[in-house]
Design a protein around this ligand. Structure first.
Ligand SMILES: [Cu+2]
Length: 225
């Protein structure tokens, strides 16, 4: 290769490199501008809460929070975070079925007023509970209860895309609202088996909308506490 050809080739390579760096910088700037625009146009975060109470004398109490925000990763949905405590005699260590139920009414001691598992729509089948279980919209994993001395502490963290806090066909805020329940036994998740979804109801809380936030700068707080 001639010396002049080498020089021209070198210049072209350098120009290409400088051009690429400029182009990437421009793309980055555009992306930054775009994401700040997106931040401004994000819909509010929706939050709801249920205060769980056991039957009188059981000593069971708890809180369940529900958080729905756009674009949560890896999948969109509602973050359900539950903390339930009680004396070990009432809240036994192990797994306890937990579901969203179809009516916002918690009448102790049996909490039958909350109806069946939340499952709206043409294929819904909340009564009898077993027929569409564990595929009801309100079906979520078990509460895991550990023993600390004579006390029990239960927790659940789960993201579900089966329900929404916003309006829509699977909103928990439908005409008669919704409740969340804890059961005496484990939900074994077996389809069509009577009594396999947890048995007696030991705690219930009505799901209530709490607040809508303007930003989601605390994106993962509910899942990191
Ligand atoms: Cu249930």
């Amino acid at each position: 290769m001639k010396q002049s050809t080498k020089l021209i080739t070198g210049c072209l390579l350098m120009a290409g490199l400088v051009g690429s760096v400029w182009f990437l910088g421009t793309v980055q700037a555009v992306n930054t501008a775009k994401s700040s625009t997106d931040d401004n146009s994000r819909p509010p975060v929706l939050r709801a809460r249920a205060i769980l109470r056991g039957a009188p004398g059981s000593g069971i109490a708890g809180v369940v929070t529900f958080t729905q925000r756009r674009g949560n990763s890896p999948e969109p949905g509602v973050d359900v975070v539950a903390r339930v405590t009680g004396p070990t005699r009432s809240l036994q260590p192990g797994r306890h079925g937990m579901h969203v139920h179809e009516v916002a009414r918690c009448e102790p001691p049996a909490f039958e007023s909350a109806g069946g598992h939340f499952d709206p729509g043409p294929f819904g089948n909340s009564t009898p509970v077993d027929l569409n279980h564990p595929f009801h919209m309100g079906d979520i994993p078990n509460l895991i209860v550990s023993q600390v001395g004579n006390f029990s502490v239960g927790s659940l963290r789960h993201r579900t895309s089966r329900i929404t806090l916003s309006d829509g066909p699977v909103s928990v805020f439908d005409e008669d609202g919704s409740a969340i329940l804890v059961h005496l036994n484990e939900d074994r998740g077996e389809p069509g088996v009577t009594g396999a979804s947890g048995g007696a109801r030991i705690a219930c809380g009505v799901i209530e909308q709490t607040s809508a936030k303007d930003s989601d700068d605390d994106d993962m707080d509910d899942l990191s506490n």
